[in-house]
Design a protein around this ligand. Structure first.
Ligand code: FMN
Length: 351
């Protein structure tokens, strides 16, 4: 199995929205780890093109990550706790709340597009046709039928989980492994249900608990930024370590300049887990967007993401870090502008 047979037990996290590039995925794989493409928020032709580019850059295995839309998620409660007209109303209220900030930045807020499935069906076809070595899912648990269909093409399937209950649910679908994500992680929490409050147990405790409950390979993610921590997480039972934030400043990453600068700016002193940017909980550097709106965004993904997207993009265009989503895990201060191969080598030094 790919994940348990890596030369270096390091996985480069998929990072949608820009940071993940074919170059980054290939660089992690060429360094002996497992690189990932972020398929979330791409359409099927874009994903197809990126996969072809990774194949042209490396002969080593790599993975593709996909977001599971509500319509394909068999884990979350149906109907959702916030659904129908109540959901639309809550999103509308948040839209009004963002209005003055959007106007100030010259942005027109987006449409909520609750029907958006992130091109799910066509992207499943792409990963099957392309025989991608590994596919990981986040934001939900696809049906066992979808898992098996992908496995039939020779692809290994991973699901991101954030607690033992989610790990057990994924195991019943006969997945090949788990991405176990702790609360320290940068970017979105991969809870299988958008509305639930995720566990705050630290990554080591979480890995130990999942290891005791489920007999599957574990890729552990969240705030791992130093070799000693990586070794501790491995000792707790992880087969490999997944890192995202640590790769954000590498030359191979497509991280936006505003994001890069903020990660190195001492004016940012903490991170927060917030729904303000997308409607799903995610960890970012604390900026004015978080301070102004935290606690007010409804648990409604992708609607809030679509509504707030133009505001974030206007901030990026104006090089204003205060209204951009500055995804960062708790170890952000260890991210360095060095080649990916160096990041992978140094982190793996004591593994
Ligand atoms: C900028 C950024 C974007 C991310 N995008 C995704 C994504 O598209 N899919 C996914 O499964 N996880 C995503 N994550 C979460 C990572 O998979 C992983 O859990 C996290 O990076 C681990 O924590 P760390 O950032 O502290 O290393 C993202 C993380 C970051 C920092």
């Amino acid at each position: 199995m790919v994940v348990t047979e890596l030369d270096v037990p390091i996985v480069g996290a998929p990072m949608a929205g820009g940071p993940s590039t074919p170059e980054l995925a290939a660089a992690v794989s060429d360094a002996g780890g497992l690189g990932f493409l972020a398929g979330g928020m791409l359409d099927a032709p874009e994903l197809h093109e990126q996969i072809a580019e990774v194949w042209s850059r490396t002969e080593r295995p790599f993975g593709v990550n996909l977001f599971v839309p509500a319509t394909a998620n068999v884990y979350a409660a149906q109907p959702r706790p916030l659904d129908g007209p109540d959901r639309a109303r809550a999103v509308g209220e948040y839209r009004e709340r963002l209005g003055p900030d959007a106007a100030r930045l010259g942005a027109e807020l987006g449409e909520a597009r609750p029907e958006d499935t992130d091109d799910w069906d066509r992207k499943i076809d792409v990963v099957i046709e392309e025989r991608v070595p590994v596919v990981s899912f986040t934001f939900g648990l696809p049906s066992a039928a979808v898992v098996h269909e992908i496995q039939r093409s020779g692809t290994e399937v991973l699901v991101t989980v954030t607690d033992v209950d989610e790990a057990r649910a994924a195991a019943t679908h006969e997945v090949d492994g788990l991405c176990v994500q702790g609360p320290e992680a940068g970017g979105h929490r991969g809870t299988l249900d958008e509305a639930k409050d995720p566990s705050t147990d630290d990554l080591i405790g979480l890995v130990e608990a999942v290891r005791a409950a489920v007999d599957l390979p574990i890729i552990a993610a969240g705030g791992v930024s130093q070799p000693q921590r990586a070794a501790q997480v491995r000792l707790a039972g992880a087969d490999a370590i997944q890192v995202g934030t640590l790769l954000l400043l590498t030359p191979e990453a497509g991280t936006h300049l505003v994001h890069r600068r903020a990660l190195g700016d001492p004016a940012f002193t903490e991170t927060a887990v917030t729904r303000v940017f997308s409607g799903r909980l995610a960890r970012s550097l604390t900026n004015d967007f978080v301070r102004a709106h935290d606690g007010h965004a409804p648990a409604a993904y992708p609607e809030v993401n679509h509504v707030a997207g133009p505001l974030r993009r206007a901030a990026a265009a104006a090089e204003d870090p205060q209204w951009f989503a500055l995804w960062a895990g708790t170890g952000w201060r260890d991210a360095r502008p060095v080649p990916t191969a160096v990041v992978v080598r140094d982190l793996a030094a004591s593994l």
